[in-house]
Write a protein that binds this ligand. Structure first.
Ligand code: 13P
Length: 344
């Protein structure tokens, strides 16, 4: 595969007004989500839940790609069609989470480094054969007293760039995701400072590893007040600070930016995205879109509750959230749109 093929895939992932659905929860993470709706974490329930998401009619109108977990990538819809085929039929690119999770960083209490580089070239080659067009690797950076350390920032940037290079060699577009967590009582200033540091280190590392930026997509956190911080920044302040930092650190060659939601409520995540595209309209070097997990799935999960009888309602909730976020990609989201759908 040539660099041009990577660029074409990356551009498709950030097609105008489309976003990415992160449905790559590991078996442990989906257990937590299922606990909230009293559903047992069996392989069949996981399959049925993803089947509900991926058979949603017209999902491809708003969603350009879906990130899958290894088990999901190999599963089938109720009618026997593989999930990969099903997504392709909807015009949606299948992607795969390839990291092995964030693990304790030696000699750095309270900090994490993402593992999964061992054997990655072989796994990427298999995923490419199975039809995966892009991949995801998430680094986790925690803000706290005296942390993050330089080691946490550098080691995570290094792992992300090694991963990105391996993906590109296998013909897979890497989503690089350095997530600065919103957990904690830190101020928005501190989040801004750490996000800038993490992104600077990331793009230095990607350069050293010869990663072709045009064939990558960035999945960052927004610059936001810590969850427990008494002073919560306004929607516009989050939008302004986030874009300011991104402009300082992310080369314009990068194909696009798709945000994670990170624990924000659905509607707040949509409002932030909308504000960025409104305030900086015509003044953004990359498409700015979404790759939400919780902020897209919270409503359909709640509606589904593990019952086939609720599939239609759950799919309606997924389409609604996807549509709201796609409107936000061109600053057309409004509280009225939310209300109309709730009344319907
Ligand atoms: P959230 O949007 O729930 O943060 O999930 C996105 C994701 O893919 C995390 O790696």
């Amino acid at each position: 595969m040539s660099n041009q093929d990577l660029v074409t895939i990356a551009k498709t992932m950030v097609s105008p007004c489309k976003g990415i659905l992160a449905a790559d929860e590991s078996t442990g993470t989906i257990e937590n989500r299922f606990k909230g709706i009293n559903v047992e974490n069996t392989e069949e329930n996981r399959r049925a839940y993803r089947d509900m998401l991926f058979t949603t009619k017209d999902l491809g109108k708003y969603i350009s790609g879906v990130i899958l977990y290894d088990e999901t990538l190999r599963q089938k819809s109720a009618d026997g069609t593989s999930f990969i085929e099903l997504l392709k039929k909807q015009g949606i690119l299948p992607g795969i989470k390839v990291d092995a999770g964030a693990k304790p960083l030696a000699l750095h209490p309270g900090e994490l480094v993402t593992e999964g580089l061992d054997g990655l070239p072989k796994r990427c080659a298999e995923y490419a054969k199975l039809g995966a067009k892009f991949a995801k690797w998430r680094a986790v950076i925690t803000i706290g007293k005296g942390i993050p350390s330089a080691a946490c920032i550098e080691e995570n940037a290094h792992a992300l760039s090694r991963y990105a290079a391996i993906c590109q060699e296998a013909g897979i577009v890497p989503i690089v995701e350095p997530e600065v967590l919103m957990d904690g009582d830190h101020t928005i200033d501190r989040c801004e400072e750490i996000t800038e540091w993490a992104l600077k280190a990331l793009y230095d590392a990607l350069y050293v590893d010869r990663v072709v930026l045009e064939g990558t997509v960035l999945k960052p956190n927004m610059v936001i007040s810590g969850k427990g911080c008494p002073q919560q920044a306004s929607i516009d302040e989050v939008a302004e600070r986030t874009v300011r930092i991104l402009k300082r650190t992310v080369p314009s060659a990068v194909a696009g930016i798709v945000f994670l939601s990170g624990g924000q409520s659905d509607e707040v995540a949509t409002a932030h995205l909308n504000a960025m595209n409104r305030i900086f309209k015509g003044n953004l070097p990359w498409p700015v879109s979404y790759s939400y997990g919780r902020a897209l799935q919270a409503a359909p999960l709640k509606a589904w509750k593990g019952s086939a009888a609720n599939v239609a309602a759950a799919q309606a909730a997924l389409i609604h959230r996807s549509r709201m976020n796609s409107l936000a990609c061109e600053a057309r989201y409004s509280a009225d749109e939310e209300k109309q759908a709730q009344a319907a």
